[in-house]
Design a protein around this ligand. Structure first.
Ligand SMILES: Cc1cc2nc3c(=O)[nH]c(=O)nc-3n(C[C@H](O)[C@H](O)[C@H](O)COP(=O)(O)OP(=O)(O)OC[C@H]3O[C@@H](n4cnc5c(N)ncnc54)[C@H](O)[C@@H]3O)c2cc1C
Length: 345
């Protein structure tokens, strides 16, 4: 196993091996386990915060830095990563989060990992240390090249350093959980909430028929906002006053035990179809747009038979469906990794 401590050591490792598999914290093993003939490049020692100036709302860190460590540092300054990276507690790193393109429940209000990544440094398949984007929030120069790395699963290079925009965390939050008589009614309420100017921090659907709505802001404003929500929904529901631990469990996907852990892009009109599939425990985040579910071989077969795109984070050997065929991906791959050192799973 290769365990580089510096970007230069990553360059040496890349040039010395024809096939590599990068691992950050190993919290998504379907994506980071090496196959036959692949050298494992473990980035857990390429870690540490390089720059953090709370007044500038920018944080720069090495790719192997654990999300949990960064969040503890930000919390001490009343700030957070608003894209709410999943699997923080099981050891997700910044690099793995960006490469897998994963965001958590708060992305409903603030935007996903793509929106908060300001710049990257990475080693491409020819061993070059390259950079994209920058370290400032207002940066209009050049293409937002760094965003290609979001969700690329490491196919274009090894991320070594990342710059993020960070935000002040809301001073208080509340969650309203409401059950409806049917999935149909829950979906219709979800649609009403999406169309209303309510500034919701998180909006999740819990099958078969419940919604969880999280709001945040000054504590004195939250009571009236909850009342407005209840009026709009025509239901009282249950209010969680202390909701932090609950949402930590959600973003860490602690409610999913396997054997497979799946991420499925969803849409309101797709949900009835997805609900007919043999999936296990599950939750639709971001107003119904992302499904995280547990499943087994049957679930995988059912998704593939219907041509439904998905990513397996744990438990399968072929985690990406469908495979990227588009010419744009192939052109970028040919420019950055012509020898195919970073095979896609
Ligand atoms: C050299 C240079 C570098 C720059 N770099 C960046 C950069 O890196 N990033 C970036 O984001 N921006 C950049 N800008 C853009 C700059 O930030 C904008 O010029 C500025 O935001 C315009 O704001 P303003 O209030 O002066 O608007 P104005 O220039 O006064 O107006 C802008 C437009 O809005 C219209 N408008 C103005 N007021 C109203 C109104 N009340 N109702 C309806 N329409 C209205 C105007 O008719 C005009 O079309 C750059 C500009 C320059 C010249």
């Amino acid at each position: 196993m290769l365990r580089p401590k510096t970007p230069e050591e990553v360059q040496e490792a890349v040039l010395a091996h024809p096939r590599l598999r990068v691992r950050g914290g190993g919290s998504k093993p379907a994506l980071s386990g090496p196959e036959e003939g692949e050298a494992l490049l473990d980035l857990s020692e390429l870690k540490g915060v390089v720059e953090y100036d709370p007044e500038e709302l920018v944080l720069v860190a090495r790719a192997g830095t654990r999300v949990a460590e960064v969040e503890a540092l930000l919390k001490a300054h009343g700030q957070h990563l608003p894209f709410h990276p999943p699997l923080s507690a099981p050891g997700a790193t910044l690099g793995g989060t960006v490469a897998a393109g994963l965001s958590g429940p708060l992305a409903q209000r603030f935007g996903g990992v793509r929106d908060f990544l300001l710049g990257v440094r990475f080693v491409d398949g020819q061993g070059r240390l390259l950079k994209g984007g920058g370290k400032v929030v207002k940066n209009a120069a050049g293409f937002p090249f760094h965003r290609l790395m979001v969700g690329a699963l490491g196919a274009f290079g090894v991320l070594v350093e990342l710059a993020f925009k960070v935000f002040p965390a809301p001073p208080a939050t509340r969650t309203l959980r409401v059950a409806f008589p049917s999935l149909e009614e829950a979906l219709s309420a979800l649609e009403r909430l999406l169309l209303a100017p309510l500034d919701l921090m998180a909006l999740d659907l819990l099958p078969p028929n419940a919604l969880e709505v999280r709001i945040g802001g000054f504590p004195e404003a939250l009571g009236p906002r909850l009342e407005k929500l209840k009026r709009l929904l025509g239901r009282d529901g249950e209010v969680l006053e202390e909701d932090e631990a609950h949402w930590e469990g959600v973003r860490n996907l602690a409610f999913l035990e396997g054997p497979l852990l799946l991420k499925v892009p969803s849409r309101l009109d797709l949900i009835p179809l997805l609900e007919g599939l043999p999936l296990g425990r599950r939750r639709y985040l971001l107003g119904g747009n992302v499904l995280y579910a547990e499943g087994d071989g049957e679930a995988l077969k059912a998704l593939r038979a219907r041509g439904l795109a998905h990513l397996v984070l744990k438990g399968a050997e072929d985690p990406l469906f469908p495979r990227p065929q588009n010419p744009f991906f192939q052109k970028v791959k040919a420019a950055l990794d012509p020898l195919g050192r970073f095979p896609l799973r």
